[in-house]
Design a binder for this molecule. Structure first.
Ligand SMILES: Nc1nc2c(ncn2[C@@H]2O[C@H](COP(=O)(O)OP(=O)(O)OP(=O)(O)O)[C@@H](O)[C@H]2O)c(=O)[nH]1
Ligand SMILES: [Mg+2]
Length: 378
């Protein structure tokens, strides 16, 4: 088989160099809707994307028309921290907002290697075949350190990335998890405005990122592996309590029977935990992302969840709570940055810290001094 050629992704600025470690694979001829003539094949009459400045109106129109190139560029705009870009992105978002909210938002977590990307590939391809438009995003806290991205480096989701109705976007790199989450949240909205009716968000199961993704999605899925005893110890009860379904992946070959008994064991534990969603019972399922067995059943569970929670009102209650939650998360983030960048605070911080460490100042008094300084000299 031919190895697909790596290419610079359409969203990476030309001058970005190594700052963008992600790449895309060569696609199928004419396989992209909304961008005729922009096949990435190396034929002579290839039309290279034109990097011209787009106006807010260009972004809005392009996204609403489902133009993938403009969608990708709109996301790049959202990911930028440059003040002018933030202004433009917010204006575009404001106009796109009425067209958002229609997708089923699904978060997928699990320890590294549990098969999240493979599962998303299997589910995504199945959904595309059913006529859905699927956007795949990643919230990857490790990318803020390595500047890499899970989807770009490790998992290419080859089959899914070739589908006409799929759009895969790696995690934005740089910044705090809070910053990455804000960008992912807005990226999700833009994808919805572009007509994607399923959004799948992969996040590696380390610490805070699951909580962040849970606060963005309707349905949260935890992928686990067999080998109950040890495996169960490794999974924090807190993460299980965030999940709306638990999937024992890699239930194929020799592993099938073991997966069944692991499922039974998880079901027993889930029985004693608080379900993540009111009125819904979190259960365990088995599947093989490799063979596709069981994947359809999991989507049926997600659809059943949607139907039941929409009926009970829990679905939209959660979305409303999520929006407000997001507002306040951003407020705290904003205040934190203002506090850290405050010249008066920065000036006294070393001394305050020293005094606390030397026992000259109590922690409470230190807080008072810092906050007073912050408020006095706004
Ligand atoms: N046998 C079997 N192997 C699987 C299955 N799903 C995934 N794998 C394999 O498990 C390995 C890890 O899969 P990934 O999909 O990259 O796992 P991931 O959870 O996305 O990993 P990170 O992104 O690194 O956190 C790969 O070698 C897959 O081929 C499955 O259902 N059955
Ligand atoms: Mg992965």
């Amino acid at each position: 088989m031919m190895t697909p050629k790596k290419q610079r992704p359409e969203w990476a600025p030309l001058e970005s160099g190594d700052a963008f470690t992600s790449f895309v694979m060569e696609g199928v001829e004419g396989g992209h809707d909304g961008m005729p003539g922009q096949s990435t094949r190396g034929s002579a009459n290839v039309i290279r994307p034109v990097y011209r400045r787009l106006s807010v109106e260009d972004y809005v129109k392009g996204v609403l028309a489902g133009n993938r190139t403009i969608l990708a560029q709109a996301i790049t705009l959202i990911e930028s921290n440059a003040p002018a870009h933030v202004e433009m992105a917010q204006e575009a978002l404001k106009q796109l907002l009425p067209h958002t909210g229609r997708a089923m938002r699904v978060g997928i977590t699990g320890v590294p290697g549990s098969g999240k990307s493979t599962f998303i590939e299997a589910l995504g391809c199945m959904l595309c075949a059913q006529g859905h438009k699927v956007a795949v995003l990643a919230v990857d806290p490790s990318s803020t350190i390595t500047r890499g991205s899970i989807l770009g480096d490790k998992t290419r989701m080859d089959a899914l990335s070739r589908k006409k109705h799929a759009f895969i976007r790696p995690s934005p790199s740089g910044g705090t998890l809070g910053g990455v989450a804000r960008k992912s949240q807005e990226t999700m909205l833009v994808c919805e405005a572009a007509g994607f009716d399923v959004v799948l968000i992969e996040t590696v199961g380390v610490g805070q990122s699951e909580v962040t993704v849970r606060s963005m999605v309707d349905f949260f899925l935890l992928l686990v592996l067999t080998g109950a005893g040890d495996e169960l110890q490794g999974i924090k009860r807190g993460v299980m309590e965030l999940a709306d379904a638990l999937v024992i992946n890699k239930a194929d070959g020799d592993n099938r029977l073991r997966a069944q008994s692991t499922k039974a064991e998880y079901d027993r534990i889930l029985h004693y935990l608080q379900p993540a969603t009111e009125g819904w019972i979190t259960r365990a399922f088995t599947c093989s992302s490799l063979t596709g067995e069981g994947v359809e059943e999991i989507w049926a569970v997600i659809e059943d969840f949607r139907e039941k929670t929409v009926k009970s009102g829990v679905f939209y209650d959660r979305r409303r709570a999520q929006i407000l939650d997001w507002v306040y998360t951003m407020v705290w983030e904003h205040l934190r940055i203002r506090f850290l960048n405050h010249p008066g605070v920065a000036a006294i911080t070393p001394k305050v810290e020293q005094d606390v460490l030397n026992g000259k100042l109590s922690a409470t008094m230190a807080v008072r001094e810092l906050i007073d300084t912050f408020e006095r000299q706004k």
